[in-house]
Design a protein around this ligand. Structure first.
Ligand SMILES: *[C@@H]1O[C@H](CO)[C@@H](O)[C@H](O)[C@H]1NC(C)=O
Ligand SMILES: *[C@@H]1O[C@H](CO)[C@@H](O)[C@H](O)[C@H]1NC(C)=O
Ligand SMILES: *[C@@H]1O[C@H](CO)[C@@H](O)[C@H](O)[C@H]1NC(C)=O
Ligand SMILES: *[C@@H]1O[C@H](CO)[C@@H](O)[C@H](O)[C@H]1NC(C)=O
Ligand SMILES: *[C@@H]1O[C@H](CO)[C@@H](O)[C@H](O)[C@H]1NC(C)=O
Ligand SMILES: *[C@@H]1O[C@H](CO)[C@@H](O)[C@H](O)[C@H]1NC(C)=O
Ligand SMILES: *[C@@H]1O[C@H](CO)[C@@H](O)[C@H](O)[C@H]1NC(C)=O
Ligand SMILES: CC(=O)N[C@H]1CO[C@H](CO)[C@@H](O)[C@@H]1O
Length: 380
């Protein structure tokens, strides 16, 4: 899936380049992971990794998307592309089209082009893997064509061999595991893979997705501040973990209850999206919803503050946007960035398993936005 952009584009247009938000203390995971690549966090909206393709290397910044299948960047002769960074095959030693073309649609945006193999490296780790990807000759509808140069899809689709499996099969990395550590230590996010810290691995609880295409998990129960709302999931008793979606997308019934019974009483309001005061009070804290879902063996809490991703200054004072909406159509909910900020997922695609570390004490601290002072000053 791809992000919803209506809301985030508003935030971006007001504040331009923003920074990561600060984190609360992070004590659970210690130690150094030997293979990790720094992810750039763009507006709590795009999680970006630097890669290079080809020999000689050409650099690209691609969005990490656990909700889609392929790696793509624009091709030099792209006839319809918004992204200006493009792969040029001239002088490339290993670029090899395989004769196929590919089309991929996202929640917003689509692209198509040639499948070809070339050598790929992920920034901080030279894996130098020969990998099949798409070189797009058409690309449109993406929200941030000046920020991202393409997408690295790392879904669970068992019809695809992803970059970590390919690299592992070629004997270049010690395991096929990969994981996302989003904003868990102050201001830092990582794509971790290969030799993952045993300390981290000792904390995971393995869950088996109920799908062979998506990272989709069965949900046994859905509670808000301790109250059970499982029946409001209806027949949609699962969610996909999707780093390409900015929001938490629940069922329409759950959305209605969260809005009416929790957010409105907490002083939040609707204005296109849902906005809440950035600074919570003792009164509002009693209502602001902490969502806990049970994925069989592991319970995961998405604290309310992880739903606040945008920052928007309204006439009435400082309000923050709640990145939550609903989805009717697909038979699953979409747990985008707010959920991924609340856990560390480790994916073993070969086994169709997700190792979840829950109870991650991160999240946006109450009203403590590092950008606030600057923004207030800029606003005069
Ligand atoms: C690609 O990125 C690497 C690492 O940041 C840098 O050393 C190199 O100069 C870049 N190459 C080009 C062609 O920009
Ligand atoms: C080209 O690569 C894609 C992706 O790996 C694969 O699905 C397809 O079968 C290949 N096409 C040919 C003609 O080998
Ligand atoms: C990657 O592999 C290619 C082909 O074997 C080689 O020419 C190139 O030097 C390697 N690059 C790195 C950074 O190891
Ligand atoms: C999984 O990959 C296959 C092969 O490309 C494709 O036909 C199918 O639509 C994909 N499924 C999903 C859910 O992405
Ligand atoms: C929600 O979680 C926060 C910590 O993230 C806590 O301060 C707050 O009291 C919780 N709210 C409720 C109603 O339990
Ligand atoms: C998860 O939460 C559910 C519902 O509150 C509870 O019944 C279950 O015991 C919890 N499971 C674990 C592993 O904590
Ligand atoms: C991932 O799953 C495969 C298949 O079950 C298994 O052989 C492999 O050991 C697993 N990898 C790790 C590092 O646990
Ligand atoms: C989460 C994690 O392991 N981060 C490490 C990634 O690599 C950098 C640089 O080597 C370390 O400083 C981080 O601690």
């Amino acid at each position: 899936m791809q992000k919803l952009i209506l809301i985030t584009s508003l935030v971006v247009s007001i504040f331009g380049e923003n920074t990561n938000y600060a984190q609360t203390n992070w004590n659970t995971v210690q130690g150094t992971l030997s293979m990790n690549s720094t992810l750039e966090n763009y507006e709590q909206t795009l999680w970006l990794v630097y890669i290079s393709i080809g020999v000689p290397a050409q650099n690209f910044t691609v969005q990490i998307d656990t909700g889609s299948n392929i790696l793509w960047v624009p091709y030099t002769d792209c006839s319809r592309c918004d992204i200006s960074t493009r792969y040029n095959p001239n002088g490339q030693k290993y670029f090899q089209p395989n004769g196929s073309t590919y089309y991929q649609a996202y929640g917003s945006g689509e692209c198509s082009g040639y499948v070809a193999t070339d050598i790929v490296n992920i920034q901080d780790t030279v894996i130098n893997t020969t990998f099949a990807m798409m070189f797009a000759t058409m690309e449109q509808g993406f929200a941030f064509p000046t920020v991202m140069d393409g997408i690295m899809g790392i879904s669970n689709n068992q019809s695809f061999t992803n970059i970590f499996q390919t690299s592992f099969n070629a004997g270049q990395i010690p395991t096929e595991l990969y994981g996302l550590v989003l904003n868990q230590s102050p201001l830092e996010s990582y794509l971790i893979f290969g030799d993952i810290d045993p300390n981290l691995m000792s904390q995971v609880q393995w869950v088996i997705p109920n799908d062979i295409y998506r990272w989709k998990l069965f949900i046994n129960s859905f509670t808000i501040n301790g109250k059970d709302y499982s029946s409001l999931m209806g027949s949609v008793q699962s969610a996909i973990l999707d780093s390409g979606t900015t929001d938490l997308l629940v069922t329409e019934s759950l959305y209605g209850v969260i809005l009416q019974d929790y957010l409105i009483p907490a002083g939040c309001f609707m204005s296109g999206g849902i906005y809440c005061p950035c600074q919570s009070t003792a009164d509002s804290l009693a209502y602001l919803p902490n969502i806990t879902v049970s994925f069989n063996v592991v319970n995961v809490t998405i604290p309310f503050f992880n739903l606040l991703q945008g920052y928007y200054v309204a006439a009435s004072g400082d309000v923050c946007q709640v990145m939550m909406s609903y989805l009717s159509g697909p038979p699953f909910m979409v747990f985008g960035d707010p959920a991924l900020l609340s856990i560390i997922p480790i994916f073993n695609k070969t086994a169709n398993q997700i190792g979840i570390i829950g109870g991650v004490p991160n999240g946006i601290p109450n009203g403590d936005y590092p950008g606030n002072d600057e923004i207030d000053e800029a606003e005069g």
